[in-house]
Ligand binder design. Sequence first.
Ligand code: SF4
Length: 376
Amino acid sequence: MTMSLPMCAIDFSNDAMGPEETAIAERIAELKEQMGEDLLILGHHYQRDQIVMHADLLGDSFLLAELAAKSKAKNIIFCGVHFMAESADILTSDEQNVILPNMRAGCSMADMAALPDVEVAWKDILERSGLSDPATAKEGDSCLIPVTYMNSAAELKDFCGRHGGIVCTSSNAEGILQWAYDRAGPKGAVLFFPDQHLGRNTGLSMGISLDKMAVWTPGQDNQLPEDVKIVLWHGFCSVHKRFTVGQIDAFREQHPEGLVVVHPECPMEVVQAADANGSTEYIRRFVADQKPGTHIAVGTEINMVARLDSQHEDLHIQCLEPTVCPCSTMYMIHPVYLMDILERLVDGEVPNQVIVEMSVQKGAKIALERMLSIKQ
Ligand code: SF4
């Protein structure tokens, strides 16, 4: 199906490649071939097609973390955002180089949980709730377990590792929260960073009611219910926050038999109004399972929606938000940057290497490896 272009006027189709883009793509392919097995290019689903076409492996942040951990390639180019490259650096050996094509490709959600704010909140919540820090708890204590979404800085993952906590992704959030509650004790709770929506949606799907949840915003007069089960850091994804129930209603009016699938970073009302919700890998499988001719509105990043549309010619796939733009930081990975990185690698340089300090690596690795060791 040909997808109508979003209002932000960026052409997401592969057909957009003119002579210049084709020359860049050919040069990247040549350089890749020269590097052979020394090179692995990882691509996140939210990358544009002109990047994805060069990726050896494509996946969401969970799958890419696993693939990076298993890889033996000397140079791993991570076509995603900074926190993903940090996780790859933590999980790979000291001899491997993890490279981000554009060092400015960060994540606004990850930036919403700065470590100094987290440390202040941690002390405050422990004091007010009477819960123990798992790092110093005595047997029988009820604890506060810190859980951070993969979409967070290495310093926050380190914090979680040092305080008996763990990392999660949108693929495994429920299993990870269960792991945390099993360790927290009957009266224990979870402090969930940085995406309040993923935390709330996952908590609700586990049967935790809204009156047992609290949102924590640094510098504000935060309230905790007496028997709080999950404290949600106030962060959010600026891309997924744009989806609304009104958009779902409008789609259903046009396509009463149609289906809506959204990412759990969307607000609770949107997740509840959709037919299904899950990680990018889940959304891919959900779409692939539908009957030919089905109309599907997808609430996630536009590059992925456009790619699903071009891969399923027998379905009618559209983005839930008609005016949506791509994740602006994912979009900073341009093929020109990828080509430049490869030219420099072939010349013997190691540009844009993402290096997580050893002092931060230790706790972050514990938190990441705890996640990877849990079978989903
Ligand atoms: S889509 Fe949202 S969470 Fe993902 S990198 Fe972009 S801003 Fe961050």
